[in-house]
Design a protein around this ligand. Structure first.
Ligand code: EPU
Length: 442
């Protein structure tokens, strides 16, 4: 397994190009199962989770082809990291509709595999999807996905660790409440939405997730011929149609990657220019970072993030969109470790998502956990240490801490970070970080 070696203390300065959103691309790839003909997706990042989803829809009869960028474009980009804009478009076409099974092998590596459930039921009338187990950030049930699809008329049973779903005839639209104990569900909303687009009659999803990734998927479905209104609000209305056709679509920028690099600028007292961003998707993050003292400015699709040394303390609670995202909780915590006093972070989406606390404390942080809350007493400096990546965003927090820590930080198991950050070490090295990937010796 590869690791990262980071020598902390470099001030980051320069430009970083933001990749397309992982969490938008994953369900959108699954939604391509719904269309007749070829869909071309632009801005799909090169990540191991994307490889897993490509493999999954490939097994489900899709032809998937990644175009390579033209040699001339590569030459024009010159040396340095492979820019995300050089990622060729991805063509997806469902050619064989006879298969309906998402195997445990793939599902266990990537929970987003559950996104094929709705599209398979709507298009093929049958779905067998291995039940995703727990994961590092808590046990993540899929009951809301199943309940929503049941309300549309699908029938379910569990068999040998699989969810087996079937539809007699056609799904039927209805009005339903989709929220759960922790609020709305992002992938659950997308799953039910993807099924409702081909259902008979009108579906109204009340308590729907409002995340930009839901909106992105709905917009692609509308281009394909779906009739969806209200996406981006808690009430989505869907008028079922008979068929969808392949289209061209560009994935939105990865707001979590943007937030991570804004924090990288702040923690290193640096100055970063982030290209291909949508700051509207980060309003709560901007609000908290403002309070911490990070300077954030926008100019069209570019964000300038910088900070002076002093970091104020803040209180923050993760919330569904437009609130502060759980996917940036760990990274903000890394920053607040160096705050001028005591900060408080409460995790409301995944109350157990605190694996980074122990590792940050090994680097000299002073964080105390009390239930779903972490109390962070700012320290003057962090020290390099050997630490372990445990989940994607916790790993990003360790990278951020390593960038500013005194001495060398070794982060093991960086495959977690490769799942969701495209070439993070190349992007950081290009703006001055002293970071290298240490390949596992075989
Ligand atoms: N929940 C249920 N039942 C369900 C579904 C969800 O109780 O059937 C609960 C969850 O346990 C959680 C809450 O509802 O407490 C919200 O979970 P949600 O369903 O919204 O999460 P998700 O859709 O499975 C996506 C992202 C996560 C991100 C969350 C929250 C993808 C591939 N994953 O997961 O991203 O944290 O939304 O915003 O889009 C990451 O990228 O690191 C990541 C974990």
């Amino acid at each position: 397994m590869d690791s990262f070696r980071i020598r902390g203390g470099q001030r980051l300065k320069g430009k970083i190009e933001i990749s397309g959103s992982k969490n938008s691309a994953l369900p959108i790839l699954a939604a391509c199962l719904l269309a007749d003909g070829k869909t071309t997706l632009k801005g799909v990042p090169r990540l191991s989770d994307i490889d897993s989803m490509q493999k999954l829809i490939g097994e489900l009869g899709c032809h998937v082809y990644r175009h390579e960028p033209a040699a001339a474009e590569r030459r024009a980009a010159g040396a340095g990291p492979d820019l995300p804009s050089l990622n060729g478009p991805l063509d997806i076409e469902a050619r064989d509709e006879s298969k309906s099974e998402a195997r445990y092998d793939i599902v266990k590596t990537m929970r987003a595999s559950i996104c094929v459930l709705g599209p398979l039921l709507a298009k093929r009338g049958k779905a067998i999807v291995s039940i995703p187990g727990g994961c590092a950030i808590g046990d993540r049930p899929v009951d809301l996905h199943v309940r929503g699809l049941q309300k549309l008329g699908a029938e379910f049973r569990t068999e040998g660790g699989n969810i087996v779903g079937e539809v007699r005839g056609r799904l039927k639209g209805c009005r339903m409440y989709l929220g759960g104990a922790q609020g709305p569900t992002v992938l659950g909303t997308i799953n039910v939405l993807c099924a409702a687009v081909l259902a008979e009659g009108e579906t109204v999803l009340v308590g729907a997730a409002c995340e930009p990734e839901v909106v992105d998927c709905a917009e692609m479905l509308n281009k394909m011929g779906a009739r969806i209104k209200g996406h981006g609000t808690p009430e989505i209305r869907i008028e079922g149609v008979d068929k969808l056709v392949g289209v061209e679509h560009r994935i939105i920028p990865d707001r979590i990657e943007v937030g991570t690099f804004m924090i990288a600028a702040a923690i290193t007292n640096g100055e970063l220019e982030l290209k291909n961003c949508n700051l509207d998707h980060l309003i709560a993050v901007q609000d908290r970072l403002d309070e911490v003292g990070v300077k954030i400015q926008r100019q069209n699709g570019t964000i300038f993030a910088s900070s002076t040394r002093r970091l104020n303390t803040v209180e923050m609670t993760t919330q569904p969109y437009p609130g502060f995202p759980t996917d940036l909780q760990a990274q903000l915590m890394a920053l607040l470790c160096l705050g001028d006093g005591m900060s408080v972070i409460t995790e409301r989406i995944f109350p157990d998502r605190f694996l980074h606390v122990g590792e940050l404390n090994r680097m000299g942080a002073r964080i105390r956990k009390e239930g779903p809350t972490a109390i962070i007493q700012g320290v003057k400096e962090l020290q390099g240490a050997s630490v372990m990546a445990s989940d994607l965003r916790a790993s990003a927090a360790l990278v951020l801490a390593g960038l500013v820590a005194k001495g060398t930080t070794q982060i093991d198991r960086v495959y977690h970070i490769d799942r969701g950050y495209e070439k993070i070490e190349q992007k950081l090295a290009a703006v001055g970080a002293d970071i290298e990937r240490v390949k596992e010796k075989h």
